[in-house]
Design a binder for this molecule. Structure first.
Ligand SMILES: [Zn+2]
Length: 307
């Protein structure tokens, strides 16, 4: 099967979203950590934007603020991370982003979230070609991802993945245990799905359609790795060596998060949070499945046992 431009771009994106990045984005700048950017201080986070994109920065800050405000409730996570949000045009992206591809939301260290200020080639190139979709899916893609100017861009999906990145800030700042890499990625997708389903339900189609289309449209024979054991072994290198393959795993984990929410609603996320908080235990596969089944629920355990 020919690998399409859309799959390459999207799966590369999905992979990069999740890549653990711990280097410093800041350059030594005499005027502060992000010279040339406009600072916006909000009650919840510190925001720096490329001049001219202040309104877009407020919009993304409001999305993150709503997510933090929802998740910090005692019945959810009872925790609020420290976050600095960078909303960057292409020139500032080159200076301050950690990932080269303009448009890919990502985390730098445990506190800095980087998002694009403008629609871009990656988001527009991520539109799946109609021939790869069922007629119904092709219509849905047109409806869900159409922009104000009538073109189609995956902007809505990639904007939401900023909340997936926020999930890593929660996870790492609260020092959750990580018996498996896939569990942190599943947590970030569960956090995103729970927030959207409960607080922004009108955005659910934008969150769900893209991963569904990728999962449906990927020929497994084109992937080198398909098991969770492969994911654990290749987690550090796969984002750069096999980005399409890594993105497929992320889309599978988005679909898993949707099934978990369908079974357990908003209770699964705080259950997983409590189970992993301050938890440094190690588990073999059978022990991990039993632990997840007991502490979180059957559907989370099934991500492992039924992968
Ligand atoms: Zn991630």
């Amino acid at each position: 099967m020919t690998i399409t431009r859309f799959l390459r771009a999207l799966l590369l994106g999905a992979l990069l979203l999740a890549a653990p990045v711990h280097s410093q984005a800041q350059t030594a700048a005499p005027a502060g950590p992000f010279a040339g950017l406009v600072a916006q201080k909000t009650a919840r986070l510190t925001v720096y934007a490329t001049p001219g994109h202040e309104a877009r920065a407020r919009q993304m800050a409001e999305l993150c603020t709503r997510a933090i405000g929802y998740l910090e409730q005692p019945a959810l996570l009872g925790f609020a991370p420290r976050v600095t949000l960078l909303v960057l045009g292409p020139a500032d992206w080159k200076k301050y982003a950690r990932i080269q591809a303009y448009g890919m939301p990502h985390t730098v260290g445990d506190t800095i979230l980087v998002v694009a200020a403008e629609d871009n080639a990656m988001w527009r190139g991520s539109v799946p070609p109609a021939k790869q979709l069922s007629p119904a899916q092709a219509r849905q893609v047109q409806q869900v991802y159409r922009t104000a100017d009538g073109s189609v861009s995956m902007m809505k999906f990639f904007d939401l993945t900023a909340v997936h990145e926020l999930g890593h800030a929660f996870y790492r700042q609260a020092r959750l245990g990580r018996p498996r890499y896939w569990l942190e990625e599943l947590f970030a997708n569960m956090l995103l799905h729970t927030f959207v389903a409960t607080q922004e339900p009108a955005l659910l189609p934008a969150l769900e359609l893209f991963p569904q289309v990728v999962v449906d449209g990927t020929d497994l024979k084109t992937l080198g790795y398909t098991s969770l054991a492969d994911f654990e072994q290749q987690y550090e290198s796969m984002p750069s060596t096999k980005p399409l393959n890594y993105g497929w795993y992320q889309c599978r984990l988005h679909r898993a998060a949707a099934r978990i929410y369908g079974q357990q609603g908003a209770t699964a996320l705080p259950a997983l949070w409590r189970a992993l908080r301050q938890n440094t235990a190690t588990y073999d596969d059978a022990q991990l499945a039993a632990f997840l089944q007991t502490r979180v629920g059957a559907e989370v355990a099934r991500v492992q046992t039924g992968w």
